[in-house]
Design a binder for this molecule. Sequence first.
Ligand code: ZN
Length: 462
Amino acid sequence: MRVVFLFLWYNLIMKLHFFGATRIVTGSNYLLETGNAKILIDCGIFQGTRYVEEKNYEDFPFNPKEIDFLLVTHAHLDHIGRIPKLYKDGFRGKIFTTRPTKDFARIMLEDGLGIMEKEAKNLKREPLFTITDIEASLKLMEGIDYGQKIDLTPEVSCQFRDAGHILGSAIIEVWADGKKIVFSGDLGNPPVPLLKPTEFIDKADYIVIESTYGDRNHEAKKNRQDILENAIEDTAAKGGVLMIPAFALERTQELLYELNELVENHRIPQVPIFVDSPLAIKSLEIYKKYPDYYNKKATYLINSGDDLFKFPGLTFTETVEESKRINDIKPPKIIIAGSGMSTGGRILHHEIRYLPDPNSCLLIISYQVAGSLGRRVLDGEKEVKIFNETVPVRAEVKAVGAYSAHADQQGLYNWLVRFEEPAKRIFVVHGEEGPALALVQLIRDHLGIDASAPMLNEVVEL
Ligand code: ZN
C-alpha cells in the first residue's frame, strides 16, 4: 500500500529541466517531465564563441528515444537547429509548431547545414546531422494554428499564441497535471511593420521568459525610420556603401517594408538597393503564403495593390555570380545580406571590401551574440579577421535597437504585468547573465514574484 502511495506521489511531481539558453541567448532547450509524458520545448543550437558552440556536438543530457513530444516556438536556429540531431539520436515523437514555422524550418535547417558542413570540414569532423535527418525530422512536424488547443495526453494539453517576434513565432501555454506553464519563446517588439502585436496571456502558475534585452530599453520606435533614412542619406552624400547585416527571416522583410515606404514617398535619394541573400529570397516566398498572419496596416496596403517587397531600385541577387556583380555597381549603394551577426554568409564579402572605407557605414539592426564578428565590430574593435584576412574597420558603425525583433526591458515587464494573477515562480532564460539577472531583480522588486535565472542543467520541481 505504502509503495503504491509513494509511486502515485512521485508521479505527480512535475520537473522542468533547463538544457540551454541559461544565462546565454542561444541553445534553447527545456524538458518538462509530467506524470506520464516527456515534453521538450525547443531544440536549438548554441551560437557565439567556439567554446559555446562545442556544446552542439555533445550528447543530449536526456535520452532522445524517451521524448514523447517537441513543441517549437519559432524557426530561428537557436530554437530549432538541433532537431535533426534529436532525430538522428533516436527521437521519434511528434513535433508541434505553427504552419509558417514548419515551412521556415526546412529552409533554415538546410541553410544551417550548408554552413555547418563547411565548418565541419575546416575542423575535420562530421557535421551534426545530414540532409536525410532534416527530411525525416520534418516528417514528424505538424503545423497548427494559433489558439488551437492540442491534447497531447489525457493530462497534458498545449496552445500556441502569437509572440509577434517573427512570422509564425509562438508563446506556448502548457497545461499539465493540473498546473499551467507558459513558455514565452522570443517576445516581439510591437508595433512592427508586418506582424500582429505580441499576445498577452492572463494566467500561469509558472512562466519561462526570455531576457535578451532584460537590462535596457530601445530608442523610441517612431524614430527608427528616421535613423534609417539618415543613414541612407549620409552614405549617399559621402558616396559610400551602406551595409546592413540582416537575419534572412523577418529583419530583411521588415527592412524592405520600410524601404518600400521611404522610396515610394521619395524620402531617400535614388540609390540601388540589393538583397544579397538566397535565404531571404526563399523566406519571402513563405511570407507571401501567409498574408492572414500580417497586421491590419500591412493587410490594408496589400489589398490596395501595393507589393510590399517590390519597389524601384530594388534587386534580389540569388546566384553567386549575381552577388559578385554587386561589386561592379559604383557606390553609393545599399546592401542587405546575411548573416545577421556577420558570423558567415555573403555579408562578409562586402565587409572585407567596405569596412576599410571611411565613407561607408555598417548599420547594425539586430542582436549581436557575444563572440560574433558583428558584436566585436559593434564593441569598437578597430581591426578584425575575415577569412584569415586582416580588415581595418574605418567605416562608420551605427546600431539601431528599435529595429530589434525582441521586446526591451519595458516590453518584457509590460507583458508580465498583464497576467491577472501573480505566477508562483518565474524563470528567466535566453539572455546573457547581466540582462537575465537585471530582469530577475525587476520581477522581484516590482512584481513581488519569486524569480531566478537557472544555470545550465538545473532542474526544478513544479
Ligand atoms: Zn528568435
